[in-house]
Design a protein around this ligand. Sequence first.
Ligand code: IDP
Length: 142
Amino acid sequence: MAVERTLSIVKPDAVAQNNIGEIYRRFEMAGLQIIAARMTHLSKAQAESFYAVHRDRPFFTALVNFMMSGPVMVQVLEGHDAIRKNREVMGATNPAEAAAGTIRHDLAETVDANAAHGSDSPETAREEIAFFFGEDDLHSRG
Ligand code: IDP
């Protein structure tokens, strides 16, 4: 499996609960390297644009409001099979359905506030990384 990069977000609920370090530890334990990271507070326009693919879904307004409700950590994770591996470490979208030991099972309670985001395909990963970072921000260590 190729070395991939994926965009990860520690969402406002997990930042508010002081879980940044716990989530970063889980990424690193899974063999994912953090090659870029920044704390930011999304504007409404940014949150709407980032989740534009969901704009016609019934939960879109709630999702946007939640994502702009507090600061988030955005990071690029790199590693073998990084996109799938990150989603495995995060667990299912709904914490109630997430496997024990995953971020969403252990650190989140509702599908609205589910602790973490991870890109779902190589194409999405490229777009989402470019949404937050330039090439010069990425510090790949091989
Ligand atoms: P993912 O984050 O696991 O990739 P997506 O289907 O891309 O899941 O949905 C994006 C985000 O929208 C989810 O992480 C979750 O916070 C929110 N979401 C998805 N489905 C629902 C729902 O049925 N109700 C409320 N929020 C939802």
